[in-house]
Write a protein that binds this ligand. Sequence first.
Ligand code: ZN
Length: 510
Amino acid sequence: MYKDFDFSNMPVVDAVNEIIIESVEHGASDIHFDPTDEYLKVRIRVDGVLDTFTVIPNDLKQNIITRIKLLSGMNITETRLPQDGAIKTVLKNHNLDLRVSSLPTKKGEKIVIRILDYSMSLKGIEYLYFSETNYKKVLKMISVPNGIILVTGATGSGKSTTVYSFLQRLNVEGVNIVTVEDPVEMDIKGINQVQVNSDIGLDFATVLRSILRQDPNIIMIGEIRDSETARIAVRASITGHLVLSTIHTNNSLNTIERLLDMDVERYLLASALEGIISQTLARKLCDKCKKLRPTTNYEKQLFKKALNLDVNQLYAPTGCPQCNRGYRGRVALQEVLPINQDIRDAISAGVRKDELRKLVYTKDVITLLNDGLYKVLAGFTTLEEVLKLVDIDDSIDIAKDSQKIINNKPNELINPNDFIDTNNNTNNNNNNNNQQNNINDSIAQIKMTLANKQEENKATNLTPNLDNNKTNLTPTLEQQQNNNNNNNNPNTLESGFNMQDSFVNMNTIK
Ligand SMILES: [Zn+2]
């Protein structure tokens, strides 16, 4: 994606504009301006990977940095202290919301521009790449009237997108949904969102106590970070509220441990916890250029050991003008754990972690590794990506015990249609931003409103592609129920939600 700009024949204003616009069109989430001895290096982050985009001659360095600081409302005479700023503008039909920060390094000021895309909207649970089994578990989980559902994962794993999708599904007339967030990442119509403001003492716990006096049905807590929030969340859920939140852990088992470490009473947690969804984001193979290749011995053994499948070929990245080295967008890997009575009893009784592990990872649970391996077989991503994200030594024993969700024959690759995935077939998305600005979804339209200092909201860039006119985007409840009753063959759902029909073209998670 490297590009040579003719900076010497370009006004500074144009140079900055061009860099921003081209980055946006590449689907970047961040632009870095790194001062070095030789030049000002510009790097952009696309699908989570930071790559050099261009270099600016050092004699233009100061003008470029000053221009960006000016645009973002920073003090241009201050170069020794870090500053924050923002740019809101329309450039070449791109409605831009940029968060800018400067950091004084030894080589000069480093600028990072975070790109928030106002045109995106959240499309719903069907677009999150849940396997059919997990999708059904999730729908069942969020249909309970009270309890806690936690979405867990590292920073930048797309937790917020998942929670917002759940809220979107639950957001109907007759339900009072209140959120407490830091920051509020997207505006959701029909939902009461509260921004934490610690400067004036408005913290999660304070807001939560007030929310409980506001006759809520559903409460969303942006993140459970401390003991007090955890305890109020649990108490709220056992007094008849559905509580959704995120927590920074890497799998279901660790989430339970973490909550207990936060001094949540065992018997309360055992009764309150309804489900845990652990997730991470892998880069998605470009559909235009991915190619089958034979598997190595190691890969054969891995698939045999983890899934008991003989796999002789896998998709590999190639690289074409429409992607970044064979990848484009991202795909979520998930582990969905509904809390059953055995797990409740174990939490309540305080059993050891290894005992709890046996109860959590029964044959009914598709582990993060298994889900990843199935998505490799389906050609969504590569084994390399999955192995970067999932600790295989830790997971392989669990994976072995875990149930095979898709009864595919040896030597056959899994059909991508076996996943509740509607993000497939990304192509010709580069010129969609104009169209995106016109999107006015009847589905809850969710916009990014505030910069998230963490990488997490990179995962919220779900941008639809308008050249698909399929209307069956969100199955009706009736269709979902039909779907639930019809789980024997994921390829041939006879009624209701037909996955083939529901495939739509979308840009995937950035
Ligand atoms: Zn490609």
